[in-house]
Design a protein around this ligand. Structure first.
Ligand code: MV4
Length: 674
């Protein structure tokens, strides 16, 4: 076994590999770009080497620089993770040439699976099922048309050098073939620099089912069962699970054996995934083989209890596979959801920014199995970022993978839904609510999976949600009143007021802006003896709340609705997490604004005639923008006058009990110059 390896990747997969290294006592070396100088994966490794600028091209794709880093640190092997250089023949080749083990398959196996048409020919020879079609070298258009007619419509034209759905054309009728072929060839030439195409029978409503395989250098090859990854959006996987639901033991065994045959046909070594496309009948056909560890490998780890990175390290170190096919056992069901910083309502555009608040459900990072019997519910979180980190435009905007396990699919599904409820992200937009909708949708819940699920259910999945507005607003008011000391508890400068509050009525108007729709409105909080009310939109309802002591958790009752939620406060913005939804409200400090508008720099005037009931500052007090300075009472309403800007109080012109006229200057503030 190695004693030091270099991880040529970043983010969660680099952290994931580092976790196994740590467990096995192998030293790990991180590489990092400018943007990743303080990244989690750098902290997760024992050493780190800076390899260049922020873009992938200037860093994680620099073959020579990475090999140099491995040499300089004495790493014996390189783990490429996924993406970046993981399926790059040249990189694998150069590692070996430098005497560094590439933790992946032999170069020839990467090359053999690189061309679709060539791979299909190899698979055909190995008796791996293929979609009926043509993948010959002869590209004569007349011959191709005849082949398509023989296959029967609809057919699918695919760029031979393509992948990920690019360069595909569905042809419904023979009359359309010529034009579709020309357009497919044009796209193939411009995208892949090669216009060779292949033709397949087009399957409607297929499933994406893949098999995890492993092979060693001693002739051993096994499959670690299957995964269903049908739920995709524009060829990006959204949810993955193991095992693939609803398949007979016979189909699963046949598919596993076909995958092992595929691996053997290219003399495969290490971790690989054989992707199949499956018709509703259960017939399955080889699509392609990915010659690396996949993003969704944790679901397989959950149901097999095996650490696939450990397997990779052992195999790369020439050890035999840890287990035989007979020793591998399936236990329960696992589902993975990919949490992305993206904006579903804006066509899933990546959403960048600082993760101001990041709370994942209670779980364990990078755990492998299901835990001991009777132990707490297994939830695994694989993440390459921490609260305070920034999602940049340079790399994949994945925040975390949430992986859950259950004894049955139903149990795993329920656990996933609960776990998604517990995710809190403030900063970039995320797909958490979208994931929740899919997980709780009828087709997903019943296992009615195919690659068209999201599109077919688009309307239901994207319908505007009715968010729990009233409950969330009550929780935001509870958090604000707690912060501002409107509650009888809590340590704040407002404690000076509690006597007055306990003995007479108290009213405060709170200005809010709903950041979901930018609407502005006010809510009036009133207390009279033991009775508290909130009035919004002309409706006044009983209101009480508790919580907020130290943690973010609040409970509120508003009218006959009860709500429990968490409120994360960022300046004057209150992010409320309740009932699985996030609502954000910005507090408008009405009186600070009034002072701003009327008083101008440093002058603070009374917005209406009234009585001073509290003076919270004295000459010399240093204040922040918004710090409460003076409280006035007018028409039984309390009004807080906040600092319009940061500065130092130089003079206080009124005292408690004084009557003040409208527009009178109350105090003088020396505004801090920038
Ligand atoms: C297909 C197909 C239907 N029939 N081949 C898309 C990406 C590429 N890897 C293969 N793909 C497909 N090939 C035949 N003969 C439908 C797809 C397909 C798809 C496959 C897997 C996962 C998601 C998909 C989404 C759309 C289309």
């Amino acid at each position: 076994m190695f004693n030091k390896i270099l991880i040529a990747n970043r983010g969660e997969i680099a952290c994931r590999v580092a976790a196994t290294c740590k467990r096995l006592g192998i030293a790990s070396v991180a590489v990092y770009s400018d943007a990743d100088a303080d990244a989690k994966h750098v902290a997760a490794c024992d050493e780190a080497v800076h390899i260049g600028g922020s873009s992938a091209k200037e860093s994680y794709l620099r073959v020579e620089r990475i090999i140099e880093a491995a040499r300089a640190t004495g790493a014996q092997a390189v783990h490429p993770g996924y993406g970046f250089l993981s399926e790059n023949e040249d990189f694998a080749q150069q590692c070996e040439a430098a005497g560094i083990v590439f933790i992946g398959p032999p170069v020839a196996a990467i090359a053999a699976m690189g061309s679709k048409a060539a791979a299909k020919a190899l698979m055909h020879a190995a008796a791996v099922p293929l979609v009926p079609g043509y993948h010959g070298e002869d590209q004569n258009p007349t011959l191709l048309h005849r082949e398509a007619d023989a296959i029967g419509y609809p057919v699918l034209l695919k760029a031979s050098a393509g992948g990920g759905g690019k360069g595909m054309r569905v042809v419904e009728r023979s009359e359309d073939f010529e034009a579709a072929l020309a357009s497919c060839k044009r796209e193939a030439a411009s995208s892949f620099g090669n216009d060779r195409v292949l033709i397949e029978k087009y399957l409607t409503r297929p499933r994406h089912v893949e098999v995890q395989v492993f092979a060693d250098r001693h002739g051993g090859a096994v499959y670690l069962f299957d995964r269903d990854c049908s739920v995709q959006r524009r060829h990006q996987k959204v949810l993955e699970e193991a095992p693939a639901p609803g398949l007979s033991a016979e189909i699963k065994r046949e598919m596993g054996e076909a995958a092992v045959a595929a691996a053997r046909a290219v003399n495969y070594v290490g971790a690989g995934t054989v992707e199949f496309i499956m018709a509703p009948s259960g017939d399955f056909y080889f699509m392609e083989m990915n010659t690396r560890l996949q993003v969704e490998h944790p679901v397989t780890e959950m149901v097999t209890g095996q650490d696939l990175v450990e397997w990779q390290l052992r195999v790369a170190g020439d050890e035999p596979l840890p287990l035989t096919q007979e020793q591998l056992k399936l236990d329960g069901h696992a589902i993975e959801a990919r949490i992305y910083a993206e904006h579903p309502a804006r066509g899933f555009l990546p959403s960048t920014g600082t993760l101001k608040h990041l709370r994942m459900p209670e779980g364990v990072e990078f755990v492998i199995g299901m835990g001991e019997p009777g132990r707490k519910a297994p939830v695994r979180i694989d993440s390459g970022v921490r609260e305070g980190d920034t999602i940049t435009p340079f790399y994949d905007p994945m925040i975390a993978k949430l992986i859950v396990h259950g004894a049955t699919r139903e149990e795993a599904l329920a656990r996933m839904s609960r776990a998604l409820h517990a995710c809190e992200v403030v900063g970039p937009h995320t797909n958490v609510e979208f994931l929740q909708r899919i997980v709780t949708s009828e087709p997903f819940a019943t296992g009615d999976l195919d690659t068209g699920l999201i599109e077919r259910h688009h309307d239901a999945l994207f319908a505007p949600v009715k968010k729990p507005f009233k409950e969330a607003l009550a929780l935001a008011c509870a958090a604000l009143l707690t912060r501002e000391g409107g509650a009888a508890h809590g340590a704040s400068p407002w404690d000076a007021l509690s006597h007055w509050r306990l003995n007479s009525g108290y009213t405060q108007t709170l200005g809010w802006r709903n950041l979901d729709d930018e609407s502005a409105f006010t809510v009036t909080f009133a207390r009279d003896g033991d009775t508290q009310t909130l009035e919004h939109d002309g409706v006044s309802e009983g209101f009480s709340w508790s919580g907020g002591a130290g943690e973010h958790e609040f409970r509120a009752t508003i009218g006959d609705a009860r709500a429990t939620g968490r409120v994360f406060v960022d300046g004057d913005t209150f992010h409320v997490f309740c009932l699985g939804e996030t609502l954000s409200f910005e507090w408008q400090n009405l009186l600070a604004h009034a002072a701003d508008a009327e008083g101008g720099e440093g002058r603070l005037t009374a917005p209406m005639p009234g009585k001073v009931i509290a003076v919270l500052v004295e000459p010399g007090t240093v204040v922040e923008k918004g710090t409460p300075l003076i409280v006035m009472e007018a028409m039984k309403m309390e009004h807080t006058i906040g600092a319009p800007a940061a500065g130092t109080v130089s003079e206080v012109l009124y005292a408690v009990g004084d009557q003040v006229a409208d527009g009178a200057q109350l105090l003088v503030l020396d505004v801090q110059s920038a």
